[in-house]
Design a binder for this molecule. Sequence first.
Ligand SMILES: Nc1ncnc2c1ncn2[C@@H]1O[C@H](COP(=O)(O)OP(=O)(O)OP(=O)(O)O)[C@@H](O)[C@H]1O
Length: 337
Amino acid sequence: MPSDASPATVPVLSVCGLSVDYATARGVVHALDDVSFELASGETLGIVGESGCGKSTLARAVVRLVDPSAGTIRLGEEDITHASRRQLRAARRDIQMVLQDPAASLDPRWTVGELLAEPLAIHRIGSRAERRGRVADLLRKVGLPPEAAGRRPHEFSGGQRQRIGIARALALEPKIVVLDEPVSALDVSVQAQILNLLTDLQRTLGVSFLFIGHDLSVVEYISDRVAVMYLGRIVELGDRDSLWRRPAHPYTRALLDAAPRIDGPAVPTGPGLSGDTPSPYDLPTGCRFHTRCPIATELCRHEAPATRELSPGHLVACHFPDTGAEPSSSARFGSGI
Ligand SMILES: Nc1ncnc2c1ncn2[C@@H]1O[C@H](COP(=O)(O)OP(=O)(O)OP(=O)(O)O)[C@@H](O)[C@H]1O
């Protein structure tokens, strides 16, 4: 029987106390502050929050495109927080990223076949002929015909380009794919196709996803667990169903209240969020949400709440978490945040 320390129980990604600062002409932006979570093999962790809360910074930090100012990032048991370029190149086999429009950042003179074969060539995988076979296989996996290999990304629609981006991310058979708003630029019907493709790929390949999104209905659909971020911090983290049924943090509740329900009225069901997000250059003292929180007290204005576990796996950073909300089984569908 495997012990607790067996490889099967080691998360594929462990982020502990991660902080990222940006030095700008106006001052320092603390874009991420003491963020911790784990990602298990084959699961999807969704990350939600308003614009500017640090979602993309988190995505870029875990693939080490930005340097953390504190904390640790582990891929399995390997600490990559301060990995050298060479070590990072090896780590790229395990962790890959998909952007909103990956093709936009790729050389338009390259064919799709060349773009998909490139990661294999960099990592010296297979002969030329074998790589051609791998490219055809990748295209098939993402639902594109083999002829797509000879065309260039701009010849494809947005949804097809996203399929190409996903195929490129999967070329090295990574354990983790970080998806940064992968369907935000697509029409709703195309979004559904891409989300279904991702869930199918996860089922067949066992890959883990860190899924960044701002549309709650999309994140709800794809995620096993969800982390809610506010101004650089995770304020609530838990399994998707309990979070949607019984949000404990007033910010999570406000986000969910602001999103219309699939089976309910077409308008938002609750008061949602009032007030503007504070400036990242001048963060509120105490709990960062207190300036917009309907239940804030003096304590919240002065003391940052510690993160505590309300029930197994359900974490919240609030002095007064709601533990008594009535459960509701209705799904929500909506405009997002
Ligand atoms: N390169 C940078 N230099 C300076 N500040 C930055 C940089 N990138 C992001 N920021 C700031 O860091 C904070 C977090 O930004 P980030 O893009 O990670 O948030 P986000 O939640 O992904 O937002 P969005 O949904 O709008 O992309 C914001 O205040 C942003 O202005």
